[in-house]
Design a protein. Structure first.
Length: 290
């Protein structure tokens, strides 16, 4: 049974290799939204292809929202052409690099998450906190968010070929699993034995795992609302999460989102994500962004 793949977002970084006057960009493109008080750039929205483009005075741009790599590159060409027609000069051809491809996957069969968590390495599964399983793959280096109904979200790929390779690997690993004991054991006992700090660290690792693939300046993050949703949080876990992330209470639960200073620290840390977060939680109270 072949899985269905739908590319829902392609994020590309663009380097114009020169500084840009944002006022000139605004005059050239009337569809530009004005700069916000805390946003050091302008946003240009295109209808065809449907994209949102974040342009900065440094000459860098982030193109997001396209459903294909071709669409992202077409959007860049269309913007450059429009700016040139309005008198904005470019010395060199802009460099376009696909940074992230986000895909929705339907395996058309149920996934035994408990068994997958027992058998696969690099998984984060807390059924009492979040109904999905996070699986960090090494080859290709992607992150998959799996649900028991057979649906998944795949992120971290750089092109469609990597997405398809990741899906094929997932199919082999998910649907040919063999438990060492011959039966599946629910991980409730393991969850009960974990300390509040261990629970918090797993949630933090899930929160910052997508930032691990990001090459953008945090000030221009294309996904400022990125985070995980939790229906409930124990007080000790909430305290640890609040120190190292942005915890926002909503109507029916909590959203845990990355903190800029922590994301920057992790980006330049030579340690692994889990080790760096553990070090921060045990004594680091101020993070240098230098």
């Amino acid at each position: 049974m072949k899985a269905e793949i739908k590319i829902c977002n392609v994020v590309a970084s663009v380097d114009f290799r020169q500084r840009l006057s944002l006022s000139a960009v605004k005059k050239a493109l009337p569809t530009v939204s004005g700069p916000r008080s805390r946003f050091p750039g302008v946003v240009v929205k295109l209808g065809r292809p449907k994209t949102a483009n974040l342009i900065f005075s440094t000459g860098k741009m982030i193109c997001t929202g396209s459903s294909s790599e071709y669409g992202a590159r077409t959007a860049v060409k269309k913007l450059v052409l429009s700016l040139r027609e309005k008198g904005v000069k470019f010395k060199e051809r802009p460099r376009v690099k696909i940074q992230n491809v986000v895909a929705l996957v339907n395996f058309k069969r149920t996934i035994n998450l408990e068994k997958a968590a027992k058998t696969l390495t690099g998984t984060i599964y807390e059924p009492e906190q979040f109904p999905g399983l996070i699986y960090q793959m090494e080859n290709p280096k992607t992150v998959a968010l799996l649900f028991s109904n057979g649906k998944a979200v795949l992120t971290g790929a750089r092109n469609r070929a990597e997405v398809e390779a990741a899906v094929r690997r997932l199919e082999r690993r998910l649907f040919t699993l063999k438990s060492k004991t011959g039966r599946v054991e629910i991980k409730t006992s393991k969850v009960e034995e974990e300390s509040s700090e261990e629970k918090a660290l797993k949630l933090l690792e899930a929160t910052y795992s997508l930032c691990e693939f990001c090459n953008y300046d945090c000030d221009g993050c294309p996904y400022p609302g990125l985070g995980i949703y939790l229906e409930k949080l124990e007080t000790p876990v909430l305290e640890t999460l609040s120190a190292l992330s942005r915890v926002e209470k909503c109507r029916r639960g909590f959203y845990v989102r990355p903190k800029k200073e922590i994301a920057v620290h992790l980006k330049y840390s030579k340690e692994g994500l889990a080790e760096a977060l553990a070090r921060l939680s045990t004594g680091l109270t101020s993070v240098s962004t230098a």
